[in-house]
Design a protein around this ligand. Structure first.
Ligand code: ISE
Length: 336
């Protein structure tokens, strides 16, 4: 049995997902590639061996020969398309963030609750990254004692062309909001966002520095610098009462020349998280076969969006903002 996937969005991440499904994972066929840009859809479909292209996401979702849907279209389409998948009874892997508006996340959860089944997995791929997995495992095993703090650094070479407004907080930082919450197994209470001096303050995606507190008393800091210039660089350290876990990024080689030793940085997130994406997508396909949800749920998507919203408020007001979630629906009680 092969799972026939409809891919919505053939941009950077859509193309990467098409490649992973076509070349790296068994038991899956890329059935349709859908994009508003027909030539782009065709190119990605040809590269990945997909037989069909489309410009209509809703037609892909309702197509009876599509078993599951992968959404990698622009952020504002994520929630409505995920909801349409749930209403069509189809499993969906939706790129992060689920939405930039927490009310839309509630809508998706309401659709799942009505159905009585979880069909949405959010593309928080760091949950599958070996270095974060080891961090969480070390904490769970008691090796570093109780968690006290977590430092997070997220640097891009330059802000993506589609960045507007506060997307450092609403598009980039959700990765950290989710992974820290996942590693610590804790919910946030407050967030404070600060903006340091930057030579071009009007530049979209200028840096932000955030401090979050959890309901279990830990502090989490997050630096987002979408215009770090030198490379794609994600760092992190979890501090426990008896020790700490420091993330290592995969580096294949180190060059020694001219009296120096050097390693290189990737230009974007795909090489850094290649293994995480592959494991995430494999887990998604397995969850479709077994019917047992994997990875981040719509509730996790909501949690990240809610804290991002509070972060934007904090930046605007220049004061800490409270993170106040709705009661967790029963459907999301089981953590994966
Ligand atoms: C982008 O959307 C991603 O998801 C990347 O992982 C992240 O590094 C980047 O900052 C986001 O804009």
């Amino acid at each position: 049995m092969t799972i026939r996937v409809g891919l919505i969005g053939a941009g950077i991440m859509g193309a990467d997902h098409a490649r992973i499904l076509a070349l790296e994972l068994p038991g899956v066929t890329l059935h349709t590639v859908c994009d508003a840009d027909g030539a782009r859809a065709r190119k990605i479909a040809d590269e990945a061996g997909a037989a069909h292209v489309s410009a209509d996401p809703l037609a892909v979702i309702s197509d009876k020969s599509v078993d599951a849907v992968l959404i990698a279209s622009p952020d504002h389409t994520h929630a409505p398309l995920s909801k349409a998948c749930v209403e069509a009874g189809k499993p969906v892997l939706c790129e992060k963030p689920l939405s930039q508006d927490s009310v839309e996340c509630l809508d998706v959860m309401a659709a799942e609750t009505k159905l009585g089944r979880r069909l949405v997995q959010i593309g928080f791929m760091r949950r599958f990254d070996p270095s974060y997995v080891e961090m969480k495992d070390a904490l769970r095993a008691g090796r570093i004692g109780s968690a006290v703090m977590m430092h997070n650094f997220h640097r891009n070479v330059s802000a993506p062309a589609n960045f507007t407004g506060q997307m450092a907080i609403t598009n980039s930082a959700p990765h950290e909001f989710d992974i820290a919450r996942f590693v610590l197994d804790a919910e946030y209470e407050t967030i404070s966002v600060f903006r340091p001096r930057f030579s071009d303050p009007s530049k979209v995606g200028s840096p932000v520095f955030m401090v979050l507190s959890t309901r279990s008393g830990q502090l989490v800091n997050v630096e987002i610098n979408n215009n770090a210039a030198y490379g794609y660089d994600v760092r992190g350290e979890l501090i426990g009462e008896k020790g700490s876990v420091f993330l290592r990024s995969p580096v294949a080689s180190e060059i020694h020349v001219d009296l120096q030793a050097a390693t290189s940085y990737p230009a974007d997130w795909r090489p850094r998280f290649a293994e995480a994406y592959r494991r995430q997508n494999a887990a998604w396909l397995k969850s479709i076969s077994t019917g047992k949800p994997a990875g981040a749920s719509a509730w996790d998507g909501y949690a990240a969006t809610l804290v991002a919203e509070a972060g934007v408020q904090s930046l605007e007001k220049g004061a800490p903002a409270a993170v106040a979630p709705v009661a967790k629906p029963k459907l999301y009680e089981d953590r994966t």
